[in-house]
Design a protein around this ligand. Sequence first.
Ligand code: GDP
Ligand code: GDP
Length: 454
Amino acid sequence: DEDLALLGLDDDDLVAVEAAQALPVLAVVGRPNVGKSTLVNRILGRREAVVEDKPGVTRDRVSYEAEWSGRHFMLVDTGGWETDVAGIDAAVARQAEVAVELADAVVFVVDASVGATATDEHVVRLLRRAGKPVVLAANKVDGPRGEADAAALWSLGLGEPHPVSALHGRGTGDLLDAAMRKLPLETQHGVARPDGPRRVALVGRPNVGKSSLLNKVAGSQRVVVDDTAGTTRDPVDELIELKGRTWWFVDTAGIRRRVHQTSGADFYASLRTQAAIEKAEVAVVLIDASVEMSEQDIRVVQQVIDAGRALVVAYNKWDLMDDERRRYLEREIERELVQVPWAPRVNISARTGWHAEKLVPALETALESWDRRIPTGRLNAFLGELVAAHPHPLRGGKQPRVLFATQVSTRPPRFVIFASGFIEAGYRRFIERKLRETFSFEGTPIEISVRVRE
Ligand code: GDP
Ligand code: GDP
């Protein structure tokens, strides 16, 4: 885009946002205290500030966008994951299993100053079985004297141990180079062709009716079993034909399997939810309409927004609703979901199938919005009128002017506004509201960032 070049937007801005859908996933796994979190922070480095700068980053978040040598990828941080499961072996194994399921490649961290432990060896077996590419990090090699400790880790049979000091940064560049060689260019977790089936995740807290809904939609329709050419897919995903169109329901194994819940289950549920959301283009957040909305429901909605995916909210168990509950629900929605007045809403009963047919049109609406691109000319005509009618309030005698705007990406739509001075949050929200009114972004989060031009 010549416009962008003129405005001095660097290519990286665009590459980062356009590719976000298909970024490969690198997971950092290992026993507690080997230095995983330290390593993740080192890799994120100066980008960390950028991550924290984004609104809505919650502590549930386990993956971050990272960059090395011009390549962008998602980094899954397993440091600080739950350790209260009986037996550290079980905890580490479970952690590794989930991480590996999400990842396209793995950095396995061992504390070289301690050497390989039985737990480490246990994880190695898991990693082998999963067949994912692994790079071995021999951590806490703070100086040349530790090199011998690192070399001893050849015994793990994972190939060359890369001596690093996550704490001081020593060797981390070489480690990342090695990781980049093993990381595919795109994630293998559901890479769709542009014209392929759209990817849907059914998410929500336990017992809201995800598996009932999945069975309802899959049960009544033909389940497409053959592999669609040109797509890679996990066995946990299912192709389901609805209304003459094939949809790709991601991560359904987790829904069907009804993983048995022990301590730390909330965390894993949240992790699975995030994984499903990230694999999907559109998420259906199911909420049990018959009971009071919970913080967990709202958190799942927030996870979808943070991930930049299209969103449909489905209020399930409508067969259990009476008038009183209905009134309460409307009030709860007004109070708790004020931030997503734009999400299409469907009231359904997964048990009886009532209104299940409303799901597909809602998905289509949300995806169309998610894909929508507003031509630069139209966008600026709209902004010009808006700003003329409602100028930014004066700040200290000065008035920041909105100069120009452009949509830098779709999926979800992201806009950059160039202004002559700081634009207040309230005015930004006003612009977002008007953008939505004018261009109807029903069902998609949109992002607006402002660049100040002197
Ligand atoms: P995690 O539980 O695997 O995420 O481990 P942490 O990143 O929390 O690190 C555990 C401890 O090891 C902390 O006290 C770190 O400061 C320390 N540590 C991490 N990396 C290094 C390193 O490269 N060298 C040394 N000497 N200590 C480290
Ligand atoms: P999941 O944990 O989100 O997969 O939830 P399930 O699909 O397993 O449903 C949990 C419970 O809610 C089961 O007993 C279902 O039969 C019940 N349930 C699911 N959908 C409905 C519904 O629309 N109406 C009623 N009355 N019960 C439902």
